[in-house]
Design a protein around this ligand. Structure first.
Ligand code: DGY
Length: 420
């Protein structure tokens, strides 16, 4: 193991809070859903037992209705806004009341390919994952349209992506909204979402609270309802991996339901096809409007392995154009667009976990050159700049939180040559 791999391990260990790992000190002091899942896979490369405890602590936060929350507040901490006192989930442990991209089934499937074979453990995970996926279908697609919505930008994990600029800008902010932001006291505000963004994020939360977190009402009457290609593609991929788990575990009673979800959500991706851009885009469910540009989430079509020949050809063209436009790929937003900002959170910077999914996605559709370049760029950007939350696609400079757990996890996964 090289010094840098050792450093990656130490970062994850120092961010460990017992059975779960925080993304980074001060900025994100709790357990985050997809952060923790990616972290678990990184931990699995050196400590299998601890990796499973990471997964167990995520399931420990699962709600009765199946939702695995975006943030689980296992322990108190005052360095983050909005904390448990704002969400008031009335759950034990307390949590936020929305979810995040459902990468967990895929992460567990990868652990299985690395030797996790205990059927008692896996059957337990399988049941909880099925419950989680059912929650997504019932609550984020209540009319069975084959399109999964997010009801808050935080649910996508890509908070200030231009993918929802028009949906978010349409929200009117009450004068009474009061922000106690802490993120930009830890990090340069140029690298974070704006106060205008935060006002709207909180306006959505307060509206959902008014609806008592009734998901159907929120879907119908809430302030924000967008189909995010990221969630849609990650869900399809996760269902495919859940299906493989079902086969391994002989859970035959779930074959049809999983086959139907895979078919239904894959087919309806056609509704995300934007002929003006010739690519998959986000879709504002409230207005029927497709976003007019491409973000990194569109490229996860390869990870989901969906689309007809014409669509795949067009997406490959875009992928190459975007990947070769900057020194380090893959930028989180199309650098040829005016809304691109190389420093600002999800409006341009490179994110290692997206690169992980893109790299395995492109490898699975035999786009080996794209897959390798993304993987090499990820290793290089970390080796030259450190374990930051995100990076400048031109200079490679790191932004946001430092000593970041999922960046360290992806480095361990890539350097162990585990999947790609
Ligand atoms: C934040 O607080 O910046 C997170 O992205 C919310 O999940």
């Amino acid at each position: 193991m090289t010094d840098l791999q050792e450093k990656a391990k130490n970062i994850i260990k120092s961010n460990s809070r017992g059975d779960f790992t925080i993304p980074c000190e001060t900025l994100y002091p709790f357990q985050w859903n997809w952060d923790s899942a990616f972290c678990a896979l990184g931990i699995y490369t050196y400590n299998k037992e601890r990796a499973l405890r990471e997964i167990d602590s995520l399931f420990n936060g699962q709600w009765e209705n199946g939702m695995i929350p975006q943030i689980i507040f296992h322990k108190n901490n005052t360095t983050y806004f909005p904390g448990p006192e704002i969400w008031q989930s009335n759950t034990n442990p307390p949590s936020s009341c929305i979810s995040q991209p459902p990468v967990l089934a895929t992460i567990i499937w990868y652990m299985m390919t690395l030797g996790l074979e205990d059927k008692t453990i896996l059957n337990g995970y399988f049941d909880k994952l099925m419950k989680y996926h059912k929650w997504f279908v019932n609550n984020r697609d209540p009319y069975n349209k084959g399109l999964l919505s997010i009801i808050h930008p935080w649910e996508s994990g890509r908070d200030n992506s231009p993918d929802w600029d028009s949906a978010i800008n349409a929200i009117k902010v009450d004068d009474s909204i009061h922000l106690e932001r802490k993120d930009n006291t830890h990090i340069d505000e140029k690298e974070r979402p704006t106060n205008d963004d935060y006002n709207r994020y909180m306006q959505i939360v307060y509206k959902c609270k008014e609806f008592n977190w009734d998901n159907k009402k929120i879907y119908d009457e809430g302030l924000f309802n967008v189909c995010d290609p990221g969630i849609q593609f990650i869900f399809i991929r996760a269902c495919k991996d859940l299906y493989k788990m079902a086969v391994y575990l002989h859970r035959t009673e779930y074959y049809t339901i999983l086959e139907n979800w895979i078919e239904h959500y894959s087919t309806n991706c056609n509704k995300l096809w934007n002929v003006h851009v010739n690519a998959y885009s986000s879709l504002n469910i409230k207005t029927g409007e497709l976003h007019d540009c491409i973000s990194c989430a569109s490229m996860l079509y390869a990870y989901a392995n969906i689309g007809g020949k014409e669509q795949r050809d067009a997406m490959i063209k875009h992928s190459k154009r975007i990947l070769y436009a900057t020194k380090y790929g893959f930028p989180s937003y199309d650098p040829h667009q005016k809304r691109f900002d190389s420093k600002k959170y999800w409006r341009g910077p490179v994110w290692c976990i997206i690169n992980f999914m893109l790299s395995i996605g492109f490898a699975s559709i035999k786009e080996v050159e794209l897959s390798k370049k993304i993987k090499n760029n990820t290793n290089e950007i970390i080796e030259n700049n450190g374990f930051f939350e995100y990076f400048d696609p031109y200079e490679g400079r790191g932004y946001g939180g430092e000593n970041f757990s999922w960046t360290a996890a992806v480095y361990l996964i890539f350097k162990n040559e585990l999947f790609v």
